[in-house]
Design a protein around this ligand. Structure first.
Ligand SMILES: Nc1nc2c(ncn2[C@@H]2O[C@H](COP(=O)(O)OP(=O)(O)OP(=O)(O)O)[C@@H](O)[C@H]2O)c(=O)[nH]1
Length: 542
């Protein structure tokens, strides 16, 4: 027992073996996430002129909304009133509400760059009872009270926006409900990008509209189910993480199996077969070294004998496990450093932010205080995404403006974490391709700056590697390791159509610890890496 300097080490090793059928992580307002995401995406795009030039974000850019051009408006309402009929349903309230104003999308908090609104295509260009009505061009008289949600306060503050006219005219001339406000929010593009960004929790996933039951429907704007909605289908129990890993690796494993069977048709083991097998293993991304290990083991004492596909799979599982076992380590945090700094790096979209959220959940559940830093100052969506993870995990988030200097943010975040007495500071970084020299230099700077606070910081540099990537992942690790001093890996997306062989090649070449694997988008889909499980899954043996 030493006095004075006590080095506390926390390990996050294997969890209990059993799996919960359903994930009920920390409560989260996923719906809020969904609502946020696309707007932020859009904002990011609209507002990034000064952001550091970088490779395209992995997300699909929001589809450019089709803006109804100020074309010859067939029915532009003139100031005179050749009015054939009174507008039947115009409520009289707030007749002077000015027309649309370019409402900034409400920014959630923080000194975020006000997300610029994105003009969006009117939802339903034609109104049911005014066939020739056309989405109002800028000169169209102002929107009427029943219109889409223009921010009323903002409107009051700015009564005379350009291109607007007093509503009095409009109320006379145009049934207001037919004028699509040009500043509709962009809900139509909400769902997809968000799903890519943040894992919805199971309960929050909006269910598809149930098929119409046989009961009554209401027909107004659209047909709506009257009552007795069909009971929601019971949710299928969630697969265990190992099942997800196995099905993620099923493609690799099947391809391997098929190819191995192809090699071992009838003949007994001979040199040609061994060469072919080696090629099959290399094509599965396992790497030359491991392929040779496997074939060497397979051939020892077996030449001239019948060998089955099952033999090959078994030997493969054994050899892969031998390669992976030394790198399957639990993450250890040295809490004599307060905060212990974890810097998370990697190529765009490899799962950095998601992994940070999952990791923060593990740490906070384990009683550690965690602070998060939104060092991906390039994408507004990434900042928001991290804030949401912060809420979910009760971890304060240090963030700055879009386009701010990431190293400066890291510096500030360290100070804040120190002040707050946080055990762990996890810093997100912008995704970058390893061949973008200027961005890699920025990463280097973040590391340098942290080192001025604490010579050993960042204490852990985690790189996320996307398991669906092939050989390029080897190169990614090589470069991030050199630039940022990566000292541990997390392989993400092993639940997808993963090409897990590359992890074996990375382990053989770099011998970096693999702390966790990502097997889903939800908060507890981060599993300690087990060499044996992985080897069995990829070799397709039980
Ligand atoms: N299926 C699956 N999806 C994952 C996993 N980890 C992350 N994702 C998804 O991958 C996408 C990208 O994840 P992010 O965490 O935003 O990746 P990032 O590296 O922070 O992205 P950038 O900020 O653009 O560099 C999101 O849709 C995540 O939900 C995983 O283990 N499994």
């Amino acid at each position: 027992m030493a006095f004075g300097f006590i080095k506390k080490v926390f390990s996050f090793g294997k969890k209990q073996a059993e799996e919960q059928p359903a994930d009920t992580p920390l409560p989260a307002d996923i719906e809020a996430l969904k609502a946020l995401k696309p707007a932020d995406e859009a904002a990011a795009i609209a507002e990034t002129p000064s952001a550091p030039a970088e490779g395209p974000a992995p997300e699909t850019p929001p589809a450019p909304p089709a803006i109804p051009e100020p074309e010859p408006a067939p029915q532009p309402v003139p100031p005179e009133k050749p009015k054939p009929e009174p507008a039947p349903e115009v409520p009289e309230t707030e007749p002077e509400k000015p027309a649309e104003q370019p409402a900034p999308t409400p920014s959630p908090a923080e000194p975020e760059p006000a997300p610029a609104e994105v003009p969006v295509a009117p939802q339903e260009p034609s109104a049911p009872d005014l066939p020739e009505e056309i989405p109002s061009p800028p000169e169209t008289p102002a929107t009427a009270p029943t219109m889409h949600a223009t921010a009323p306060e903002a409107a009051a503050a700015e009564p005379e926006s350009e291109g607007q006219q007093p509503v009095a005219d409009a109320a006379d001339d145009v049934p207001p409900a037919e004028i699509p406000a040009p500043l509709r929010q962009l809900e139509p593009i909400a769902a997809e990008p968000l799903r890519d960004e943040i894992a919805p929790e199971p309960s929050a996933v909006p269910q598809p509209t149930p098929a119409r039951a046989a009961g009554k429907v209401t027909v107004s704007k659209k047909v709506e189910q009257k009552a007795e909605p069909a009971a929601p289908a019971p949710q299928a129990p969630r697969q265990s993480w190992f099942q997800r890993l196995k099905s993620g690796l099923a493609r690799s494993s099947k391809e391997l199996g098929d190819n191995i069977s192809g090699v071992f048709t009838k003949s007994r083991l001979n040199e040609d077969i061994v060469d072919d097998l080696e090629e099959v293993l290399i094509r599965a991304d396992l790497g030359m070294e491991t392929a040779i290990r496997i074939t060497d083991t397979l051939t020892s004492g077996r030449y001239g004998r019948q060998t089955t596909e099952a033999d090959v799979r078994r030997i493969m599982a054994e050899e892969v496990e031998k390669v992976l076992a030394p790198v399957a380590m639990p993450l250890e945090l040295d809490l004599s450093h307060k905060p212990h700094v974890i810097l998370v790096v990697g190529v765009n979209g490899t799962g950095k932010t998601t992994t940070i959220g999952k990791l923060a959940a593990k740490l906070t559940e384990g009683g550690l205080s965690v602070m998060l830093a939104a060092g991906d100052t390039f994408r507004a969506a990434a900042i928001e995404q991290l804030k949401i993870w912060g809420e979910r995990t009760n971890s304060p988030v240090v963030a700055s403006k879009l386009g701010a200097d990431a190293a400066g943010l890291a510096w500030d975040a360290y100070e804040k974490a120190k002040e707050a007495g946080s055990d762990v500071l996890i810093i997100d970084t912008a995704g970058r391709l390893q061949n973008r020299a200027e961005l890699m230099a920025e990463l280097e700077k973040i590391v340098r700056v942290l080192g001025r606070h604490d010579a050993d910081a960042p204490h852990t540099v985690l790189q996320t590697v996307d398991a669906t990537t092939g050989q390029n992942a080897l190169n990614q690790v090589e470069i991030f390791r050199n630039v940022a001093g990566v000292n541990g890996l997390v392989m993400t997306k092993l639940d997808g159509t993963a090409r897990g062989g590359i992890l074996v090649a990375i382990a053989a070449k770099h011998r970096l610890p693999v702390y966790f694997i990502g097997v889903g988008e939800q908060v507890d889909d981060l599993e300690p890496f087990s060499a044996g499980d992985f080897a069995k899954a990829i070799a397709g043996v039980e």
